[in-house]
Ligand binder design. Structure first.
Ligand code: RTP
Ligand code: MG
Length: 159
């Protein structure tokens, strides 16, 4: 659908595809084991531009709100314990087709199932301690960016 719509336009920039933004979080396992720099380099090599970033340590309340959708899942309490166990790095990333591109770059949730060369295949310890988060839809990307960053923060930093 997107490609058909773009074929009708005479604007070369639009034909190139739409630039958009998504949210990654370098998770506490990766920050704690000194893999954050390699993961950020991997993201840049994969074509993402870092538009905003911060280091923070989530509270139980924040982690619970962020992963609200998983509240009824058996791994929820363990996920919250993990995500609050140390600092993490929320990062706003920009690229063409940023949301699917990030999901492809990070790989499947469980590193055993993640495609070779993906961030989780390279750096995740296991299905829970899996190095990085990536937004899974346009709607969630907008929600998750706003969860960590004010409009002003993103705009002031990225121009
Ligand atoms: P994320 O939201 O962090 O990008 O991960 P995802 O979409 O690949 O996976 P999701 O199903 O949304 O799960 C969120 C996070 O919960 C932990 N998890 N543990 N022990 C388990 O079976 C299990 N399943 C999920 C992982 O940290 C996962 O990334
Ligand atoms: Mg998810």
């Amino acid at each position: 659908m997107g490609n058909l719509a773009r074929a009708d336009t005479h604007n070369p920039e639009e034909r190139e595809g739409e630039m958009n933004r998504t949210l990654a979080i370098v998770k506490p396992d990766a920050v704690g084991s000194g893999k954050a720099g390699k993961i950020l380099a991997h993201l840049e090599k994969a074509g993402f531009t870092i538009k905003a970033m911060k280091m923070t340590r989530l509270t139980q309340l924040q982690a619970g709100r962020f992963y609200e959708v998983h509240r009824e899942r058996p791994f929820f309490d363990s996920l919250l314990a993990f995500m609050t166990s140390g600092p993490c790095l929320p990062v706003v990333l920009e690229a063409e087709g940023a949301i699917p591109r990030l999901r492809e770059t990070i790989g499947a949730t469980d590193p055993v199932e993640a495609a070779p060369g993906t961030i989780r295949a390279l750096y995740a310890e296991n299905k829970e301690r899996n190095a990085i988060h990536g937004s899974d839809s346009d709607e969630n990307a907008a929600r998750e960016i706003a969860f960590f960053f004010s409009d002003q923060e993103v705009l002031e930093l990225s121009g």
